[in-house]
Design a protein around this ligand. Structure first.
Ligand SMILES: Nc1ncnc2c1ncn2[C@@H]1O[C@H](COP(=O)(O)OP(=O)(O)OP(=O)(O)O)[C@@H](O)[C@H]1O
Ligand SMILES: [Mg+2]
Length: 319
């Protein structure tokens, strides 16, 4: 069993660093940004030129990485690691330039007052411009398919919005007439769906509701979007203190203690902890049963904040 787990981990680690584009996706608050930061740091240390791209969010990555605030211009965090918090306006301009290549043509198309109003009013264009820009950083502008980065990690918006964003190239290829936009969208989709180069890192917590949502999210990625799941990261896992054989005894402990006993608080704490461990064990079983991708666990850290030292510690799980 132990051997099997280690093999799983090794496969996961090796494979993730070979990729060009990874969506880090999951329910709100499960640790997507923390995972993007740890994975990005691990990749950079391996010598991969890595970009962590956020999608117009209240930016909390700089605090985790100990850098200056990250805006819509790419900033360097450390050797081989850059980050950006894209905005739709700037991404649209950059993406427009990346596909059109000629500024005059860009200005005619994108800066024209009517065209601008039309483009900005097109549903989904904000999401696509940011995704398109991130994609271009992975593949570059030329035919050689070499981008500015070896690996682009997209800190994807929480589940629903994240899936909508990934759906955009599918929508474009389905409805846009053949031409530049549809060609680029279809190329991007090819990259995202290629198990050798693209895919998703699904982040979750070892709890009941996040597990349900993660299983649904995996179904949507697999069956509807056909995005390969490269890894499932179970964040904030507890190191079990109580084996399942003594769980019942620990849980009945507080009832056996006199409420005034100094041990009563300890008894209650033990009970709560053991209940959480039981939920975690059950969630991990359900996740394992519903997941074919390698699973990786990140420990729950008991610190007031997640800063550079904690990201460094978590990054070892990926190395
Ligand atoms: N392994 C961990 N141990 C302890 N705390 C953690 C861990 N991972 C994340 N956290 C904390 O949990 C909170 C949520 O993490 P994070 O911001 O990475 O989640 P997110 O999925 O990016 O959230 P959002 O959906 O709001 O973007 C943060 O306060 C973070 O510091
Ligand atoms: Mg986040």
């Amino acid at each position: 069993m132990r051997g099997l787990l280690i093999r799983h981990k090794d496969v996961c680690k090796m494979d993730l660093f070979d990729k060009r584009f990874l969506f880090v996706i999951g329910k709100g608050g499960v640790g997507k940004t923390t995972v993007a930061a740890s994975l990005g740091l691990a990749a950079a240390k391996r010598g991969k030129r890595t970009l962590i791209a956020m999608t117009n969010v209240k930016e909390r990555l700089s605090r985790k990485l100990g850098s200056a605030p990250i805006g819509d211009d790419i900033v360097s965090i450390r050797e081989n690691l850059d980050a950006v918090n894209m905005t739709p306006e700037k991404a649209l301009e950059e993406y427009g330039m990346m596909i059109l290549k000629i500024r005059a043509l860009y200005e005619t198309l994108f800066e024209n007052r009517y065209a601008k109003a039309f483009i900005r009013g097109t549903p989904g264009i904000d999401a696509w411009s940011m995704l398109g820009k991130a994609y271009f950083h992975a593949v570059g502008h030329g035919k050689d398919g070499i981008g500015d980065y070896d690996l682009v990690i997209l800190d994807t918006p929480a589940t629903g919005h994240g899936l909508d964003m990934i759906r955009m190239p599918m929508v474009i290829t389905a409805i846009a007439p053949s031409g530049l936009l549809s060609r680029e969208a279809s190329r991007a989709l090819e990259l995202f769906r290629d198990p050798q180069r693209g895919g998703a890192v699904v982040v979750t917590l070892p709890e009941d509701m996040p597990t349900n949502e993660t299983l649904e999210l995996q179904t949507a990625l697999r069956d509807e979007l056909r995005i390969p799941i490269q890894s499932v990261v179970v964040n904030q896992t507890l190191k079990p203190l109580f084996g399942s054989e003594i769980r019942e005894e620990i849980q009945s402990f507080p009832a056996k203690l006199d409420a005034s006993s100094p041990l009563a608080t300890l008894g209650r704490a033990g009970r709560v902890r053991s209940m959480r461990e039981a939920v975690q064990a059950e969630s991990l079983e359900r996740l394992k049963a519903g997941t074919t991708a390698p699973m990786l666990r990140l420990p729950r850290l008991f610190t007031p904040d997640i800063g550079p030292a904690q990201i460094e510690a978590l990054s070892h799980a990926f190395q």
